[in-house]
Design a protein around this ligand. Structure first.
Ligand code: CU
Length: 461
């Protein structure tokens, strides 16, 4: 969870990164590719059953390290967002994003500029879905007949090097009248797309109608919360880091047979944003919130997922508006569903494919009662109410819970009031000093006159 200070720091700099032009905004992102040790189940338990991973027969087959098993921690390469070209200050992201890269948002008419630096050990890129680009910004390695050196630099960025990608959002790439106000897409590395994505290089992209996004937070005007969830059986057998993971995390790497079916199955992580068995934190909201769920399907033939929300229904727009509580996903398909949450409690959210439920593709989301900031506890799973910039819209200021827009208005009001009070105090002080000086002058004049009279009367005598 982000602190308020971090949130404001981030919001301020995001504001600096958005330059509004007559033709639309230019949205600038500094992304770095970094290696991390990713834990698919940091809570050490199956939060749905309450059992520890070691005691859960199925969960342990994916997550328990052994002589010839990697366990729950894998080295991954991921996209991280930075403040500027020094790539030293990382911009924090909401915890529910898991290992997904930062959310890139834009509206129709905007230009997206991504300065990508590769801190990894092999060539990677960034390739977007759903936006317009030319050959120098496609980020894909294939014989595309772009022979010039300048047009090939985006195809594979070597370790330690960088490249700037420019994407635009023309009218014919935006949501139609029959679409929801924002469409969700992805970006990913595309030197070897399947292996790069399995390694962790993927993130969400949101394209909205003009006038949908706020200028500072870049969040939507017309919704309370946005959540992006990727349902994917992450195949760690395909990761570029497989050999390193065997060497680092298996008890006895010499006993590992990479072709063994049991070993290969143990590396297929049935994950939501890179977490299994309800280890994904931060999916919290309030009763009455309007929530957009952006659902991303990725992977291979086993990645047919049916996303089921317990206790709530959602709206799905495609020409007409439909109500459902299960959304279907296929590899490389992305859906937006809109939910007016109205049932307080902690609820299950999972893929409804039976094998995928058992393998851990499930999590929990918590709906807090309206105006209730008390921690809600259900069974062993606890969550805190949404408070941070990307994950929520409530700030606590002087003991009151305020929306982001109210906080902005309050700060402007306090600043203007402060300036006015300062000017009034300066004027008041000036008047006092002036009056004191006049008094002193009058006193001096009177004593000079008295001295004159005294002198004249002495001379007469
Ligand atoms: Cu599934």
């Amino acid at each position: 969870m982000l602190s308020c200070k971090q949130t404001w720091h981030t919001a301020f700099h995001l504001h600096l990164l958005v330059h509004v032009l007559a033709e639309g905004a230019t949205r600038v992102y500094y992304l770095g590719i970094r290696e991390v040790d990713w834990n698919y189940a940091p809570l050490g338990k199956n939060t749905i059953t309450g059992q520890s991973i070691a005691n859960d027969m199925i969960a342990s087959s994916f997550l328990q390290p052994a002589e010839n098993r990697i366990g729950s921690i894998y080295r991954k390469s991921v996209y991280k967002q930075y403040l500027d070209e020094t790539y030293t200050s990382e911009i924090p992201k909401p915890s529910w994003l898991g290992f997904l890269g930062p959310i890139i948002r834009a509206e129709v008419g905007d230009t997206i500029i991504v300065h990508l630096k590769n801190f990894g050990r092999r060539p990677f890129t960034i390739h977007p879905h759903g936006v317009f680009y030319k050959k120098d910004s496609e980020g894909s390695l294939y014989p595309d007949e772009s022979s010039s050196q300048d047009l090939k630099k985006d195809d594979a960025i070597p370790p330690g090097r960088n490249h700037t990608y420019t994407w635009t959002v023309p009218e014919d790439h935006g949501p139609t009248d029959d679409d929801p106000a924002c469409l969700t897409w992805i970006y990913h590395s595309h030197v070897d797309a399947a292996k790069d994505i399995a390694t962790g290089l993927i993130g969400p992209l949101l394209i909205c109608r003009e006038g949908t996004l706020k200028s500072v937070s870049q969040r939507r005007h017309d919704a309370d919360l946005d959540f992006f969830l990727m349902f994917s059986v992450v195949d760690e057998n395909e990761s570029w880091h497989l050999d390193q993971n065997i060497a680092s995390f298996c008890g006895d790497p010499s006993t590992v047979d990479e072709e063994d079916e049991g070993f290969r199955e143990s590396n297929k992580m049935h994950a939501i944003n890179g977490k299994l068995y309800a280890n994904l934190p931060g999916l919290t909201m309030y009763e009455g919130d309007w929530v957009n769920w952006y659902l991303l399907g990725m992977g291979q033939e086993i990645d047919i997922h049916t996303v089921h929300f317990h206790a709530e229904t959602f709206l799905y727009r495609s020409g007409k508006t439909y109500r459902a509580d299960v959304a279907d996903l296929f590899p490389g398909t992305f859906e937006v569903v809109e939910m007016l949450v109205g049932n307080p409690g902690t609820w299950l959210l999972h893929c409804h494919v039976a094998d995928h439920i058992h393998a851990g593709m499930e999590t929990l989301f918590t709906v807090f009662p309206k105006h209730d900031s008390v921690l809600l506890k259900t069974n062993s799973y606890t969550e805190t109410p949404p408070e941070d910039e990307d994950n929520g819209h409530h700030f606590v200021l002087f003991g009151s819970k305020l929306a982001h827009s109210q906080v902005e208005a309050t700060i402007i009001f306090l600043a203007v009031t402060g300036v006015l009070l300062f000017l009034i105090a300066c004027t008041f002080l000036g008047v006092i000093i002036y009056l004191q000086r006049q008094k002193r002058l009058r006193r001096n004049r009177r004593s000079i006159l008295d001295e004159g009279f005294k002198l004249m009367s002495t001379k007469k005598h």
